[in-house]
Design a protein around this ligand. Structure first.
Ligand SMILES: C[S@@+](CC[C@H](N)C(=O)[O-])C[C@H]1O[C@@H](n2cnc3c(N)ncnc32)[C@H](O)[C@@H]1O
Length: 297
């Protein structure tokens, strides 16, 4: 795909307006409760071929074939974000101080395509044991996660990474519900987690950029004192977010809970019609990874 510089600015503005992840719950969301509308909306998974994106100056990059999750016309997740998922999970596990065999309990909010989930399970398999719980609001996506769980559980009959012939002991628990509500009920049951990863979706326009930080009061109750909290810090349309940084509002919400916020940059080869990941000069090739630690108790 080639984009000439004159239309680039126009396309960028339109991308930010349509915003794949920056939306208002869609047309139906304007008339109903956005949570209920999202819960029952049809989830579509589209595949696209690999290709080449040309900038106006003739430079280019090649992107892989991929899959995109679309709900109510919104581009919700895309396999081109796999590097972000991998980097986030790797950094979270790297920063967790645990014996390399100790079981790790992970909670994720928002299943999506299950890329982050795959990375978490791979890490747990490497350790030989652990627990992965995930909360998904959308019913269609949740049903896909059930099949995903079955596939993983079948694979556990093989060998673990560390000790050939050993079956990894990994518990996978799926919840079909709203992140805040499920988190509350888990906190009431005094569940504790080593790692919490939040990558949901702003169901209301005013939640854009902070949707993953709305449940911090409850999540902080469930995070072990030396646990790790990770979230999706990229903010569509916010120029600073697109440069691999966080926005001030995110710092304001995180600072009361954590002593340290680590930022890294994740490099992507964005499929060019994944308009959510567009900045001023075209598709973003870098988004921030954020890991929070040092829970203030
Ligand atoms: C960006 S995707 C998650 C991507 C995921 N990290 C992956 O690797 O594919 C966001 C997911 O969160 C779900 N979601 C959105 N709002 C939610 C909420 N309030 N509670 C639970 N799930 C939610 C969406 O249906 C979607 O499946």
């Amino acid at each position: 795909m080639s984009v000439n510089p004159e239309v680039l600015q126009q396309l960028t503005a339109q991308a930010i307006f349509n915003g794949n992840r920056n939306h208002d719950g869609g047309k139906d969301g304007e008339t109903g409760n956005p949570i209920e509308v999202w819960r029952n909306a049809k989830a579509e998974y589209i595949s696209y071929p690999k290709g080449r994106f040309y900038y106006g100056d003739g430079t280019f990059y090649d992107y892989d074939a991929g899959t995109r999750l679309i709900i109510m016309g919104n581009q919700v997740m895309d396999t081109c974000e796999t590097p972000w998922c991998s980097d986030t999970v790797s950094l979270a596990f790297d920063q967790l101080i645990r014996d390399r065999k100790a079981p790790v309990r992970v909670l994720e909010l928002g299943f999506g395509i299950g890329i982050t989930g795959n990375r978490v399970i791979q890490k747990l398999v490497g350790r030989g044991r652990g627990e992965y719980r995930v909360v998904e609001l959308n019913k269609d996506v949740y049903e896909r996660s059930e099949k995903w769980k079955e596939r993983w559980e079948k694979s556990f009959t093989g060998t673990s990474h560390e000790v050939p012939g050993t079956k990894p002991i990994i518990k996978i628990v799926l919840y079909n519900g709203e992140a805040g509500e499920v988190a509350k009920s888990l906190a009431e049951r005094r569940k504790k987690f080593d790692i919490i990863i939040s990558d949901t979706f702003p169901l209301r326009p005013e939640d854009r950029g902070i949707n993953d930080l709305l449940y911090l009061p409850t999540l902080s109750e469930m995070l072990l004192p030396d646990g790790i909290f990770a979230f999706y810090p990229n903010v569509p349309g916010a120029e600073i977010g697109s440069e691999g940084q966080m926005i001030a509002q995110q710092y304001e919400l995180l600072n009361p809970y954590f002593d340290e916020i680590m930022l890294r940059k994740s490099r992507l080869k964005t499929a060019p019609d994944y308009k959510y990941l567009w900045g001023k000069s075209g598709p973003l090739t870098m988004i921030p990874v954020a890991i929070c630690k040092g829970l203030k108790v």
